[in-house]
Design a protein around this ligand. Structure first.
Ligand code: SF4
Length: 344
């Protein structure tokens, strides 16, 4: 049978959406179901043209696997498979997906920022990362985090549709409680995600917000988004998330020696966010090219975490994985794009 469907037509739709599209073109619902499920669950179907994106696995370390996807227009994104252990002791795999090619947010601790924003990823291009990891690299994915290249809230419609496809029980079937969206504090996006979460089906979605500084002045130097939305506005948006029934939040803190590691900052963090159900996730800084900052040593990490714990806030350390392979938090940048796009 000659293929009649493009891979992206499956990747961008839930089963219901694909059936409606297929029925409008004269394909009966049972055949449409077989096509969509064949491509999404089995990895291929004779009626779907094979996905022509090139998937290249890049060297990993500590069991992480970083891979690059070259999309149809030649743009590249990176994704990372991260090993972990769940609460029951079972091994779990998390896929960190990109939502944009590059990023416009300009966070100074992040390699992706040096690319600037090239473009948003379409829903199918986000799902292609899951499809490639599952069916080409053979990974069994338990969790998805939108923490790769790009600010997810800056590409809201496509990431929301991607979450709907990922949670479709007939296809990827990844529960909303296993999906996390991480933002720099894009208040408009947080408010839209709150509405979508509360509307049903996504109540257990996880939301993480990158904080990193005790006040707007210092934060503006690290995260230019602060000039648009200050920490008070971020805190208000997070209170609305909780009031609408959202799960406790993750507040991310990238720990950079000499920049964000002052133990007194923990008190300022608690003063502003202490009334919001949350946990502080300390992320030891991962060095990137072009910055003199170094990774914190263990005593620095311990001191800051103790300072947070002393305020009464829950605190956790993010495992450092994939640093040598350039696949750790804040390190994602594609070499070919770096060559094309001058660093700012
Ligand atoms: S940390 Fe996230 S939002 Fe900030 S520049 Fe990097 S990819 Fe963009």
């Amino acid at each position: 049978m000659d293929p009649t469907w493009h891979a992206d037509e499956c990747l961008s739709c839930t089963l219901q959406g694909f059936r409606e599209r297929a029925e409008a073109q004269g394909t009966p619902a049972p055949a449409a179901t077989a096509i969509w499920r064949g491509f999404m669950v089995e990895g291929a179907h004779p009626s779907v043209k094979p996905d022509e994106r090139r998937c290249t696995e890049i060297v990993g370390d500590q069991d992480t696997r970083k891979f690059a996807l070259r999309h149809e227009d030649g743009a590249e994104t990176e994704s990372v498979l991260l090993p972990g252990v769940g609460k029951t002791g079972r091994r779990r795999t998390t896929l960190c997906v990109s939502s944009q090619v590059g990023c416009a947010m300009g966070c100074t601790f992040c390699a992706t920022a040096t690319m600037g924003r090239n473009r948003n990823l379409q829903t199918a291009e986000i799902l292609a990362q899951w499809h490639c990891a599952t069916h080409e690299l053979g990974a069994s994915i338990d969790n998805i985090v939108f923490m790769g290249m790009g600010e997810p809230m800056d590409n809201f419609d496509n990431i929301l549709q991607a979450i709907k496809v990922l949670t479709d029980g007939a296809g990827p079937a990844i529960g909303a409680r296993h999906i996390g969206v991480s933002t720099v504090g894009h208040v408009e996006g947080i408010e839209r995600l709150t509405q979508a979460m509360a509307a049903g089906g996504l109540r257990s979605l996880r939301l993480a917000v990158s904080i990193n500084s005790p006040d707007d002045e210092r934060r503006s130097e690290l995260m230019p988004i602060t000039r648009r939305w200050g920490l008070d506005e971020v805190a208000d948006a997070l209170r609305k998330w909780i009031a609408a029934g959202g799960r406790p939040l993750l507040l991310e803190w990238v720990l950079i020696p000499g920049v964000t590691d002052n133990p007194q900052y923990a008190r300022a963090l608690a003063d502003r966010f202490g009334d919001i159900p949350c946990r502080v996730n300390v992320i030891p800084y991962n060095p990137i090219e072009g910055r003199d900052w170094i990774a914190p040593d263990q005593p620095t990490i311990d001191t800051f975490m103790q300072a947070v714990a002393d305020t009464g806030m829950r605190v956790h350390r993010r495992a450092t994985l994939g640093r040598k392979a350039g696949g750790a938090c804040g390190q994602l940048i594609t070499a070919s794009i770096r060559r094309r796009t001058p660093a700012r």
